[in-house]
Ligand binder design. Sequence first.
Ligand code: ABF
Length: 225
Amino acid sequence: MTSRHQDEMKRAVAQAALDEIRAQLDRQTVLGVGSGSTVNHFIDLLGDYRHYFDGAVASSEASAERLRRNGITVLDLNSVGPLPLYIDGADEIDDDFCMIKGGGAALTREKIVAACSEHFICIADQTKRVPQLGTFPLPIEVIPMARSHVARQTVLLGFDPVYREGVITDNGNQILDLHSLMIEDPGAMETRLNDITGLVTNGIFAHRGADTLLLGTELGVERHV
Ligand code: ABF
């Protein structure tokens, strides 16, 4: 549940992201835009600048729809080159800018857009900053017929998987949330989970973490690089 206070921090950090990228926009720029409530603030602010850049690639259908509602052209990732900038939120972020993402079930497209982006700006409020990843249950996207197999494999790794019932991703798949394990080596765990057959994407963003963190705090927005 997001408190009003937390929402104000999210809005402030979205404004800071816009301030950060504004000077880099030109009519050829295609932005990568993520998902979630912090990004929603960013999209709403970005609408006023829609004539200053070409368009955006969205990491979810929900973000694509919100971008269009703000008059921003949504482009297909396959029809554009590498993206100069990707702006997205996180569920947790550590001191090395490794993240857990996917609380909103958009992790696969988020990881794809992040992989295509030269610079990843993470926008988050202070509740997301953690010394170690793992308190927030780690989302994984699975092919439906492989769900039980994948769940059993994650138990062998020490997780406690919970099926997110009723959720179908934009790619037609299902989500398991992996509880009860603090992640000591995010890069190694990201690789290990990638090896499980039937697992499409895991929500650890370590191999491609953030480059810049804009963190909304009670005292204002902190910029970390
Ligand atoms: C996306 O939105 C996710 O990867 C993450 O699950 C969520 C961040 O949450 P919010 O901005 O709504 O707090 O970035």
